[in-house]
Design a protein. Structure first.
Length: 112
């Protein structure tokens, strides 16, 4: 059995984008991810506003003690918002990097 050297064709590399081009592209990605995340955060916050209003009563009435369930509902809303934000970011990057573009939307911009 002969062991040989496999020659690979030269890969033509494009010109890399500069700092400001990448910075602007990251801003665009942040906007693309931030808009759906913000909308979902507002919707979840509206549903959990009752628990927040219960907690606000403690600042008005010095004798009021927030129950553990009030605090749990408030924290559950915050955890759901955090989870959905991470899920949106994960899906954005994962689906775009596995698509035919092989990257996010900014890689289709000039000089990237």
């Amino acid at each position: 059995m002969e062991v040989g050297v496999v020659e690979r064709p030269a890969v033509e590399r494009g010109e890399y984008a500069g700092f400001w081009s990448r910075f602007g592209a990251n801003i665009i990605d942040g906007i693309i991810i931030g808009i759906p995340t913000g909308i979902i955060s507002v919707i979840v916050s509206i549903f959990w506003s009752g628990a927040m209003m219960e907690l606000q009563e403690s600042t008005i009435d010095p004798n009021y003690e927030a129950s553990l369930s009030d605090i749990f509902v408030f924290m559950a809303g915050a955890i759901i918002i955090l989870f959905l934000s991470l899920l949106i970011s994960f899906l954005y990057y994962t689906l775009l990097h596995s698509s035919k573009w092989q990257g996010d939307c900014r890689k289709n911009t000039p000089k990237y």
